[in-house]
Design a protein around this ligand. Structure first.
Ligand SMILES: [Fe+2]
Length: 521
């Protein structure tokens, strides 16, 4: 690179930083006086939100007791960005100031990047350096892209086992990691397990921070973040199991619950490579825009959908308690005013879907769309937590795809701790109803799954489910090319030890113009 171009890049990046709310360009270089007794970059580094010209980079300083005298100071953190793994060609440098109000988190939005380009980065504060991270930008919007490789992941209960899936993901050549929720778990299990949460169930910002500190210290999770850019969506456990909008399963007063949700959302933002934090104008500051859209040249468009923040309360709850449950008869399920995404997000999705000209439309959402209802002697039983509990919203989504003749729609999900490949029809399991989209759901990174008998019962009752296994942990390797989308379920039966390697449980694919997964292996 010419020196002039280099200087221009530096100027442009300084301008970009000056315009952004969470970063602050400083005239002075990092104060050399700061000397750490304990490594402050103990939570790793991360990159996210890949665009063709921008990325978000993250770290958070962890101040131990030895360094407590720094806790109330504004701390300058230098960020260096390179175009080579040897860190010889530096293309951007920024200084970001953080403090205790931000939990000492650091968020930087890099701009003026090149499309489909690899970058390496590291942070420095005083005499401490972070690990080096790798990130990759999206291709140019109109690029003729031949391949997209991503790891579909979700559900990493720390207590249930080691993150061997992340150990493998860190070594895979990928464009990005797509994480669909349950990054942390809030509950503590008193049974003997491979690992233990180290604090009480979080309800306050300080308690959620402590929970993230434990998760973020995991070396396999850190390796996965350092190796790849991540695209993130949350589910329920980032706040509390089975919450819906402003209601928790304990049926707390919504004002009380929203305070907890605000603490959880803030802690989530402080620990992830995201640019938009909680909305300071919202009620209890408990709202945060997370749903997003990503383009991968002309090959694919990806929507990440928030199925928690805006959903209707669970249908047919027991008086005084919320959360999902099995119901036999429930007229509320047919109520057209029920929504999974909220009507605003729904309209945003429909508009984008109808206008998209890209080959594949990937709808990433927190849970399972295909039906898991089961016949019982007393009638058909519906579990109200996933899309079965929001059947009218699911019908609107699928009708929109059908009536607008939107082809090549693939839904990607997590949450249910099992690998699923399924047909999506307007009338679930009805052979006469055409297949209009295809679904892949990944098993959990570590969280335990349903029993074999429950899995078999669901599968036997739902012919649209082509593959369903809850007995193994892992991730789904999704490879997209112009002709097909392939899903390789990569799993291990036991996530507890660090030495296991993953193997192929099954491979499914969808051909362009032919909705419905087919088995390859
Ligand atoms: Fe989960």
């Amino acid at each position: 690179m010419q020196r002039r171009d280099f200087n221009l890049l530096l100027q442009r990046s300084a301008l970009a930083l000056a315009l952004t709310p969470w970063t602050q360009a400083m005239a002075e270089p990092v104060a050399q006086r700061i000397s750490w007794r304990t490594q402050p970059f103990a939570l790793g580094v991360a990159s996210g939100r890949p665009r063709s010209d921008s990325l978000v980079l993250w770290t958070r300083l962890l101040l131990r007791a030895d360094d407590a005298h720094l806790a109330n100071k504004a701390l300058p953190v230098e960020l260096e960005v390179f175009v080579d793994a040897a860190l010889k060609q530096r293309v951007q440098v920024h200084t970001i100031t953080t403090n205790a109000v931000r939990g000492h988190s650091v968020h930087a939005q890099l701009k003026n990047l090149k499309p489909a380009t690899d970058y390496w980065y590291r942070f420095r504060c005083g005499d401490a350096f972070s690990a080096v991270g790798h990130a990759r930008t999206a291709p140019a919007l109109n690029a003729d892209v031949q391949q997209l490789r991503l790891a579909l992941t979700s559900c990493q209960n720390f207590e249930h086992g080691l993150y061997v899936a992340h150990q493998e993901i860190a070594k895979e050549p990928l464009d990005f990691v797509l994480f669909m929720g349950d990054y942390i778990y809030e509950s503590n299990n008193p049974q003997t397990l491979p690992r233990k949460h180290n604090n009480e169930e979080p309800k306050t910002l300080a308690q959620y921070r402590t929970r993230y500190e434990q998760y973020k210290a995991d070396p396999m999770l850190q390796a996965s973040h350092a190796a790849h850019t991540w695209v993130l969506m949350w589910d329920d456990h980032e706040v509390v199991n089975d919450y819906a909008n402003d209601l928790d399963p304990a049926y707390s007063d919504p004002t009380v619950f929203l305070k907890r949700r605000a603490a959880a959302y803030r802690a989530y933002f402080e620990h992830q490579p995201l640019w938009l934090g909680p909305d300071s104008q919202s009620r209890e500051q408990a709202s945060m825009r997370l749903h997003d859209r990503f383009q991968w040249g002309q090959l694919a468009e990806l929507w990440t959908l928030d199925c928690r923040q805006f959903r209707s309360h669970h249908a047919c709850s027991k008086p005084g308690s919320g959360g999902g449950r099995l119901v036999l008869s429930c007229d509320e399920l047919a109520d057209p005013s029920r929504t999974m995404l909220g009507f605003e997000q729904e309209a945003w999705l429909n508009e984008g879907l109808s206008a998209s000209t890209r080959q594949w439309k990937l709808l990433a959402q927190g849970t399972q769309i295909s039906s898991t209802r089961i016949f019982t002697p007393l009638g058909r039983a519906t579990y109200t937590e996933a899309w079965d509990g929001y059947a009218t919203a699911r019908e609107r989504l699928l009708k929109g795809v059908q009536s607008n003749q939107i082809s090549n729609v693939i839904t990607l999900g997590g949450d249910v701790h099992m690998n699923v490949a399924a047909n999506l029809r307007l009338e679930a399991n009805e052979e006469s109803s055409p297949i209009i989209a295809s679904e892949f759901v990944t098993t959990s990174i570590s969280s335990r799954g349903l029993s074999e008998s429950a899995t078999q019962t669901i599968k036997a009752n739902n012919s649209d489910i082509l593959h369903m296994r809850a007995d193994e942990r892992g991730y789904a390797l999704i490879q997209v090319d112009p002709q097909r989308v392939q899903c390789e379920f990569r799993t291990t039966p036991t996530p507890a030890g660090s030495l296991e390697s993953l193997s192929v449980q099954a491979v499914y694919y969808v051909e362009t113009g032919q909705p419905g997964p087919k088995r390859l292996a």
